[in-house]
Design a binder for this molecule. Structure first.
Ligand code: BEZ
Length: 213
């Protein structure tokens, strides 16, 4: 299976989950998706990651994003572990966890990196847009818990690009100035899209206040 790249169509699959069988594209519907793998149930870093994702439920929903987790453990184990996550992380897991014991999804999305971790998924993240296009890939080692605020930050950036033809500079956070896409050159369109104006530091580096603020 070739590695998935940005711009590729996220492969469809059917797999069991804590919310019953899932047909991925149908489940995703018209929402954005964060598909993320973790190595195993009942492990400490994973427990904090799933707890953090659950705690950010409102933030994902506000952006029209559905999280879905995957590991190669069976569904009974997932159900038992969810009880632990809810108790220890003081939250309620409301997103599905794929029970990928046959490694169908892990193989399709190249989530097993055997030279790093044998027989289990590493910490992969795929952000998938409503057209089922892969918009972000991240791969973290088993020993490093991911920063879910960063995942939300990238989604904010991607959604701004789609809606306003802007990109976001280094370390950008919601509310900071943004960069006008270099492809946008028509003066009339610039005036219409950016009524607050813009500052051309260089002809190719044009900053403007975040348009949706
Ligand atoms: C963890 O989630 O804590 C973990 C899992 C596999 C290897 C190392 C840490």
């Amino acid at each position: 299976m070739p590695t998935l790249r940005l711009g590729d169509t996220a492969p469809d699959f059917q797999q069991d989950s804590t919310e019953g069988p899932i047909s991925f594209h149908q489940w995703a519907g018209n929402d954005w998706v964060v598909l993320f793998s973790h190595p195993a149930d009942f492990t400490p870093v994973c427990t904090t990651e799933l707890g953090k994702t659950a705690a950010l439920n409102g933030e994902f929903a506000r952006r029209g994003v559905k999280p879905i987790a995957v590991s190669v453990d069976p569904v009974d184990s997932h159900h038992e572990w969810v009880g632990d996550i809810n108790e220890t992380q003081d939250t309620t897991v409301t997103f599905p966890i794929l029970a990928d014991a046959d490694k169908k999804v892990a193989t399709l999305y190249d989530m097993i990196h055997p030279n790093s971790l044998v027989n289990a998924t590493v910490r992969s993240v795929f952000v998938i847009d409503p057209k089922k296009t892969v918009r972000l890939t991240l791969t973290y080692p088993a020993s490093t818990g991911r920063n879910f605020d960063e995942i939300l930050r990238v989604i904010d950036s991607l959604q701004l690009t789609d809606s306003h033809k802007v990109a976001t500079p280094a370390n950008w956070k919601d509310g900071d100035d943004v960069v006008i896409l270099p492809s946008l050159q028509d003066p009339a369109e610039l005036a219409q899209r950016f009524p607050k104006g813009f500052r051309a530091v260089r002809p190719y580096l044009r900053l403007t206040p975040q348009p949706n603020k």
